[in-house]
Write a protein that binds this ligand. Structure first.
Ligand code: M6R
Length: 570
């Protein structure tokens, strides 16, 4: 994962500004951070980014890094930037060098001394004493895996940037340049960007930049400047945590999405609908919450008479046989999830059509797609997907409605606010669950993906083991885990008698049953207008429950341990 930012400006800027830009990428990882400048100064720190740590010294060129640890523990030594043996080259890296062990052994035999346990440090040693541009083709030939790298040399106001697999983009500001993992790092400074393609190298100085395709040698490459618009950075406002702010934004974000699908995104919607009509089957590819949204997408499309499947991105190639009659739909909030990108690379090479639902515009997934829809949730800062999960589900329901699934989208979204009327009740339930060891969440049909989504939320934010299951599967084994007092959340939309039977079965074995139901059955009341709104509102109630349990336990709600918002490694 990790976020990288490089800045080279005509006029000196404060090192603190460099860390402020880096802070905008903190959602990519928050284990440690560091900064190097062209005067040869390097500072590294463990923990979340604190802009004040760099001081107010003036610099002309910097590279910075915020880390999500892969190789090596969370220590100052393993924090980036890393240098070669002489200290004249400094690099920051996002990605993983897969043949790291063999290269390290080779370099060790050559006499290189390593200061860290990371794969990234090898990159600095590779360029030691060499001309950087001349050494780029041999670097690409030798280093396997994914990398976006920024490299500076002591005494030179230029950044050498190259990438394979991991994202990298150049922002063109008025008086200089910013290189970063994504546009968000510099969207406060400029709306103009140049996106790197695979296997590209650029030299960026304070007066200009040059791009090259790396193809055994360097071939000059003409690049287009893309003008982009991205919503201004959002603050927490009066909320204690982004997660709560983002849950509370759901009604507004869902309206914004529907407005946009009916107006400015109409052409994209029509294009995706026609791709679906011309395909024999749809295969969603996604991870985490986006996968759970896709499980709902399958059911919506089925009701419109369309065959659909969803495959977890990291296992995509093991579970599918894709041909030219398949439409692959990538679903990703960030559009930068490496598992999804990897899966798309595999199928793009075979000429299969790709559509996508993304939240972050101009992301890699969006740029790899033939057609895309933006889910218009606005920036989501908390690691937990909340409003973006809801908007993914709604975008899928909307497409299915155009294909024949009879449903009134406005009546679905119109009732979302009523979930907040249950907040006090949810808070009370949360208090009773804070000491739970395990929680089971059961659903059927539309509620099954929601059960899995609630369980995922509970695990990542409250650190309680949770399982989201098909209620009908419980009796095939898991029922033996139900003991006196085991919390079991049952998602029971009106008329679902089968889930009521399951609720009785677990209650009879001593479970503490918590109903999420649109009938007066105790528990948490979901005032829905039908099965689609029930599933979204149950997910919202689950998000609130998760939030209040984590708050009760005093956990770092927006940045849970070991995780990052954007998972840019395999
Ligand atoms: O950006 P993406 O939607 O591709 O991210 C996929 C998952 O990493 C993400 O949904 C993750 O599961 C969430 N943090 C869950 O709340």
């Amino acid at each position: 994962m990790c976020g990288i930012v490089g800045m080279v400006f005509k006029n000196p800027f404060s090192a603190r500004d460099a860390l402020t830009s880096l802070k905008r990428l903190e959602y990519r990882g928050y284990d440690s951070f560091g900064i190097a400048d062209s005067n040869g100064r390097i500072q590294k720190f463990v923990g979340e980014i604190d802009e004040t740590k760099a001081g107010d010294r003036l610099v002309n060129t910097t590279i910075t890094h915020t880390r999500w640890a892969t190789h090596g523990n969370v220590t100052e030594a393993n924090a980036h930037p890393h240098t070669d043996c002489t200290g004249s080259i400094a690099i920051v890296h996002n990605g993983i060098i897969s043949n790291f062990s063999e290269i390290r052994e080779e370099m060790k035999a050559e006499g290189h001394r390593f200061a860290s346990e990371t794969d990234s440090e090898l990159i600095a040693h590779f360029f030691e004493g060499k001309n950087i541009a001349d050494s780029i083709p041999p670097f690409f030939a030798k280093f396997k895996g994914e990398y976006a790298v920024l490299l500076i040399k002591k005494g030179e106001d230029a950044i050498y940037a190259f990438k394979r697999g991991s994202p990298l983009v150049l922002g063109i500001a008025q008086d200089g340049y910013v290189l970063a993992s994504d546009i968000y790092a510099f969207s406060d400074r400029t709306g103009n960007a140049v996106f790197f393609n695979e296997d590209e190298f650029a030299v960026v100085g304070k007066n200009g930049y040059e791009f090259y395709k790396v193809n055994g040698k360097l071939e000059p490459s003409e690049k287009q400047v893309t003008a982009f618009k991205w919503m201004a950075e959002e603050t927490k406002k009066d909320y204690e945590h982004y997660m709560m702010k983002e849950i509370k934004e759901i009604p507004e974000a869902s309206r914004r999405l529907l407005d946009s699908l009916e107006a400015e995104q109409r052409e994209s919607v029509e294009s995706i609908v026609s791709l679906v009509r011309n395909a024999k089957r749809i295969v969603f590819v996604a991870s985490g919450s986006s996968y759970h949204a896709s499980l709902l997408g399958i059911q919506f499309l089925r009701r419109a008479g369309v065959e659909a499947h969803a495959i977890v991105a990291s296992e995509f190639k093991n579970f599918t046989l894709i041909d030219e009659n398949t439409l692959v739909v990538a679903v990703s909030q960030s559009g930068e999830t490496m598992d999804v990108i990897e899966a798309l690379h595999g199928i793009k090479a075979r000429g299969v059509k790709i559509a996508s639902l993304v939240n972050v515009p101009y992301s890699t997934v969006q740029r790899m797609s033939h057609s895309h829809i933006n889910i218009c949730a606005g920036q989501e800062v908390a690691v937990a997907a909340t409003k973006t999960f809801v908007n993914q589900v709604l975008a899928m329901a909307y497409i299915a409605s155009l294909l024949g699934y009879a449903m009134d989208m406005r009546s679905v979204t119109g009732v979302f606010n009523s979930v907040f009327a249950q907040e006090a009740r949810i808070k009370d339930v949360a208090k009773t669950l804070a000491t739970a060891r395990d929680i089971y969440v059961l659903g059927r049909g539309f509620s099954y993906p929601v059960a899995r989504e609630i369980a995922l939320k509970l695990k990542e934010i409250t650190y309680i083991h949770a399982e989201g299951m098909m209620a009908g599967e419980l009796k095939h084994g898991t029922l033996s885990l139900i003991e006196q007092g085991t919390p079991v959340i049952c998602l029971a939309p009106k008329g679902d008698n089968d889930i009521m039977s399951t609720a009785h079965e677990v209650a009879g074995r001593g479970a503490n049953v918590i109903m999420f139901s649109d009938e007066a059955r105790g528990g948490i009341k979901i005032d829905s207008t039908g099965k689609v709104s029930f599933s979204v509102m149950a997910a919202m109630a689950g998000q609130l429950l998760t939030y209040y349990i984590a708050r009760e336990k005093g956990l770092p709600i927006d940045k849970p341990r070991n995780l990052a918002k954007s998972v840019t490694v395999k």
